[in-house]
Design a protein around this ligand. Structure first.
Ligand SMILES: [Zn+2]
Ligand SMILES: [Zn+2]
Length: 151
């Protein structure tokens, strides 16, 4: 597993360091987490790594294209290691949970704008907003009545 990450780092001419490997592993296991969560995950493995070091690693990995940074409107930036496929996200308005949504029509079709206005388009951002199953279950009126009754 880490051998893969070492290869990825070398492929983009980044030195292989333990903090970089730890950030990649944290994001593989916990996609779409914010900076604070990445810091907590990395420091659980490597307590000596500073906050600033994690910020620097995230920026270096994002700049190198190994990590994708997404920022839904009104939310903190989130990071993931699934890069290069222009996949979309569905975000819960209530708790902020995020899940991946593949392009529905073949390979990265959303890069084909109906009218590109002469732009060289290299990225399209589509965010689906809604309520996740957990939050939906909590706000179902029947559910609330049932819970009150059981108290
Ligand atoms: Zn939710
Ligand atoms: Zn994603």
């Amino acid at each position: 597993m880490t051998a893969d990450f070492e290869e990825q780092l070398r492929a983009v001419s980044l030195r292989v360091t333990r903090p970089r490997l730890a950030v990649l592993a944290a994001l593989r296991d916990h996609p779409h987490v914010d900076t604070e969560t990445v810091i907590a995950l990395v420091r659980a493995e490597l307590p000596s790594v500073s906050h600033q070091a994690v910020y620097d690693v995230l920026r270096a990995l994002t700049d190198a294209g190994l990590v994708r940074r997404i920022q839904p409107a009104g939310a903190n930036a989130r990071y993931e290691t699934r890069v290069g496929d222009n996949h979309h996200h569905v975000v819960c308005r209530s708790c902020g949970a995020i899940a991946d949504v593949d392009c529905t029509v073949g390979h990265a079709p959303c890069l084909t704008a109906s009218d590109d206005h002469g732009f060289m388009i290299d990225e399209a951002e589509v965010v689906f907003w809604g309520t996740c199953p957990d939050c939906a279950a909590e706000t179902t009126p029947n559910d609330q009545r049932a819970r009150k009754a059981s108290r």
